[in-house]
Design a protein around this ligand. Structure first.
Ligand code: NCD
Length: 309
């Protein structure tokens, strides 16, 4: 197995902005190698403990981190939801993180509040991995999304990539845009006007050379896309439930709406889906989102191995 690049060892994973293209390339190469062991397992992290602290719901992110750690021969402790922990007795976030820091070698955190992972990294000596905080950062999902594109298309450079849905509140979108800015791609941002990415994100990625266009309809660009990444309207991040009702169901992708797409277009989605991605798409040759979710294990195996060994 390849030598771990020094740049990864002991590192926190808080935002995509902290990573360079060469870091991601090292991660992808190793993740590809880890695919062989994603079911079989191998003993690289025996004796190491990963703490998972999920203050917000999760299926894929938490379980793929846990599976990845176990496949590497390590152990997992932690919780999913504050029920049953001292958080219910009023323990502060900082104290909870301090305890996990004492018990484990790395901490994976998901939290409703933006900045929670960065704060945890300031409190903890062990590496902290952000598994999604607030509506801004979800770096390991972006790494997984980029890996899926790299694996399924054989490259990232030169592709035209559409991002569709709630581009404002979906943290996967912010992180993915920051990651895409490290590559030579063209991005089509397809959403209602008020769900366009935050200006700060757009300024950040365009300063790094990312070329993007704002679109309001998929059919304006569908035929030119190599990748279409769909996200859910983030109900829990809306302050006004009426506003949510107004947009849910708009920007829905069906097998029918994919007519006119390139033959080799791939459709991705971080999941969970609600109304925006119809089950009829599952049967098309374009669907890759379940494979994307499955890549979560080898990708996170590679990540844990790079950080912990
Ligand atoms: C995402 C999340 O939690 O941000 N899910 C995930 O990690 N795969 C996407 C979402 O909730 O819509």
């Amino acid at each position: 197995m390849r030598i771990t690049p020094v740049s990864w060892r002991g590192r926190d994973v808080i935002s995509m902005r902290d990573f360079e293209r060469k870091d991601l390339e090292a991660l992808f190469e190793l993740a590809h190698e880890m695919e062989k062991y994603a079911k079989r397992g191998l003993d690289l992290l025996r004796g190491k403990i990963l703490a998972v602290a999920f203050f917000e719901p999760s299926t894929r992110t938490r379980l793929s981190f846990e599976a990845a750690m176990k496949r590497l021969g390590g152990e997992v402790i932690g919780f999913s939801g504050p029920e049953g922990t001292s958080v219910e007795k009023g323990e502060t976030f900082a104290d909870t993180i301090r305890m996990l820091d004492a018990y484990a070698d790395a901490i994976v955190v998901r939290h409703r509040l933006e900045g929670a992972a960065k704060f945890a990294a300031e409190v903890a000596e062990s590496p902290v991995i952000n598994a999604g905080d607030g509506s801004f950062n979800h770096p390991t999902q972006a790494m997984l999304d980029l890996y899926t594109i790299w694996r399924e298309k054989g490259r990232i450079d030169g592709l035209r990539i559409g991002l569709m849905g709630d581009l404002k509140y979906a943290r996967t979108i912010n992180s993915l845009l920051e990651g895409l800015a490290l590559f030579d791609v063209e991005v089509e941002l397809i959403s209602p006007e008020f769900l366009r990415p935050r200006q700060e994100t757009l300024d950040y990625v365009s300063a790094r050379g990312l070329r993007y266009r704002l679109r309001s309809r998929l059919d304006e660009v569908l035929g030119e896309l190599d990748v279409l990444y769909v996200v859910r309207i983030q109900k829990e991040r809306f302050l006004d439930p009426l506003e949510y009702e107004r947009v849910r169901g708009a920007y829905k992708l069906t097998a029918e709406s994919l007519r006119g797409a390139k033959d080799d277009l791939i459709v991705l989605h971080p999941l969970p889906r609600v109304d925006e991605l119809d089950v009829s798409v599952d049967e098309t040759k374009h669907a890759r989102y379940f494979r994307q979710a499955a890549y979560g294990v080898p990708l996170r195996m590679a990540l844990l191995r790079l950080i912990l060994s």
